[in-house]
Design a protein around this ligand. Structure first.
Ligand code: GRF
Length: 212
């Protein structure tokens, strides 16, 4: 399906609780994002994200690294599942694995990730505690396209989140989550509307009818 014409098919990869998956699914349900979730894939059979998919009647699959001889075979299985679900865009939502080169080639500028800090600051798995330990007064959320680095791809959207006096990881994370649930669906909507143009490291957002 051509992006910008109708509803895009989304594949979501999630390893954990799946609150971003929930926010995206809700935004779609509310008519704010012209997409449908074609498949949810998790590398973790215990991920609550799978339960969320089940409750919403979304197709889901578990693909576990331990069931494969090596990392490339695991990646190929994930890719095969996305391809057979005819996915237009892959959204990583708390997916705790680096995406392999083959998948990036198969979905050029069609894989998004959400990161709980203002990249390029505090990449990696500890974005929230790292920002807190560093003592920044403002952190935030970044949605970016995925390249082969760790949280290094072209930035689509960011929202600043203040660090407040007395914050601990949990309180800052909660504030960051609230921003994530706003900007991830919005970034997916821009993609679905064909409004994201990647020009080197820069992502231009074409004008359109904004909901907010
Ligand atoms: C989010 O904070 C996201 O930024 C990071 O992983 C977390 C996933 O949370 N990449 P959830 O599984 O969506 O609740």
């Amino acid at each position: 399906m051509a992006v910008g014409e109708s509803r895009i098919r989304l594949g979501i990869l999630a390893s954990g609780s799946g609150t971003n998956l929930e926010a995206i699914a809700q935004a779609i349900h509310d008519g704010d994002v012209p997409a449908e979730i074609a498949i949810v894939i998790s590398d973790n059979p215990k991920a609550f994200a799978l339960e969320r998919a089940k409750r919403r009647g979304i197709l889901y699959r578990v693909v576990q690294l331990s069931e494969f001889d090596d990392r490339p075979s695991f990646d190929r299985e994930v890719l095969a599942a996305l391809t057979s679900a005819q996915v237009d865009l892959v959204a990583l939502a708390g997916y705790m694995k680096l995406v392999g080169a083959e998948m990036i080639e198969a979905f050029p500028n069609r894989i998004m990730n959400i990161h709980p800090a203002l990249l390029p600051c505090f990449p990696g798995e500890q974005g929230v505690p790292d920002a807190l330990d560093y003592g920044v007064k403002v952190s935030g959320v970044t949605v970016h396209f995925v390249d082969e680095g760790l949280d290094t791809g072209p930035i689509i959207a960011q929202e600043a989140v203040p660090v407040e006096e007395g914050d601990d990881v949990e309180s800052l994370q909660n504030r960051i989550h609230a921003a994530e649930y706003r900007i991830y669906p919005k970034a997916i909507r821009l993609f679905a509307e064909g409004r994201l143009v990647v020009d080197g490291r820069r992502v231009r957002v074409l004008p359109g009818h904004d909901l907010d």
